[in-house]
Design a protein around this ligand. Sequence first.
Ligand code: MN
Length: 131
Amino acid sequence: MAIRVLVIEDNVINRELIQCLLEVYGYDPVLAVDGNSGLEMARRERPDLILSDIQMPDMDGIELAKQLKADPLLASIPLIAVTALAMVGDRDRVLAAGFDGYIPKPLVPAKFGSQLQDYLPGNGPDTAETA
Ligand code: MN
């Protein structure tokens, strides 16, 4: 069964890019357009990995991370920020909120598969090596 990855991203272009890359690398993407629906979808789908934007309306990625990590059923799911935040200290802020890692935008398609595998040791789909 394919590894299910929940993508939480308010920008449609970024969301579709990440979806496309996940499919190319053999993952099974599930998409949410904001933090509230992302949290709801995480509870319903129990994904293997969660990728989240930081800057989103209503509930931003920082608040989302706090809520995911406060839920005992969801806290162990690797949570990766995908964001263009560039200010000094933002990386620490992201990790302090509960994110397990960080993939910078703009995404580099050729690197994306290995960046994900860093958070799924031994669990990446076979296609990730050749895609
Ligand atoms: Mn955004």
